[in-house]
Design a protein around this ligand. Sequence first.
Ligand code: AKB
Length: 322
Amino acid sequence: MKILLTGAGGQIGHDLIGALVADGHEVVSTDLAPRPPSHAHAGGDWQRLDVTDAAGVQHLFTEVRPDLVFHLAAILSARGEQDPRLAYDVNQTGTWNVLEACRRAKVGRVIFTSSIAVFGPPPSGPLPDPTPDDVALHPTTMYGVTKVSGELLCAYYRSRYGIDCRGVRFPGLISAAMPGGGSSDYALFMYVDAVRKGSYEAFARADTRIPLMYMPDGVRALLELAFAKREKLTRTMYNIASFSPRADEIAASVRRVIPDAKFTYAPDPVRQGILDSWPKALDDAAARADWNWKPRFDLDAMTDDLIPRVRRMLDLGAILSH
Ligand code: AKB
């Protein structure tokens, strides 16, 4: 199958490209930036694409004519609060441009990567814990606002034009790749800085609890949803869940492997506010029922697998920078 990815230079693309190439697909990765050295191993073709450039998106999609598109390009929550206009342009206009190009290039299926950031505290009280798929959406960030809109656009293009657009609401994703501009990044930095410095001062409180997921489960979820039979799906967007540890529980899990690692907590008001607005845990019953979604990694299994990978990532980074 011919598969095109937008925003392939990010954290998800790093692992998704390799999985698609290994499965024998013809992969065209696109991003504003050239292929990063960290993605060099992944294979496939790499093309420059700015998703805010409607004509450029249209041209490339018509030229490539992919069967399936993974739309990953986005400005994440914390970066989006520094520059809401940029977040609007990339996430909102970019998604419109991608869906329009899919319609005109007759792309059959689009996978949209939504987020827990679509949720926010309703005026009537806190979010249900765990939070189900169908609650009123009150995002507090521009990232969340544009993800809600992206979900609605997907549903619109599905019913109006028959494009098979489907997606998942990702928890904070953790992998051996440097994240970029997310509020959930404290969780990954607890691993990265424990390995490279032996300590980390988190920008979140010790009792911060949000849904998290290890990237191998995240990539598998995208693949399973992308190739699920259409008649099995009862929804356009699905909550998916793995585990929801407090920050100090992540610290304890890291210290099982790196006993001397030290963690302190200095909450940043903006990012802590965003984290506090998100669900503590997700109810993913629909994904489990419709396409047999099930995570494989819990917190400690992720820690055991991730720390050696973070070590390799940092060693490779040191080699590349010399
Ligand atoms: C972020 O922190 O903005 C993202 C997300 C949870 O979607 N990682």
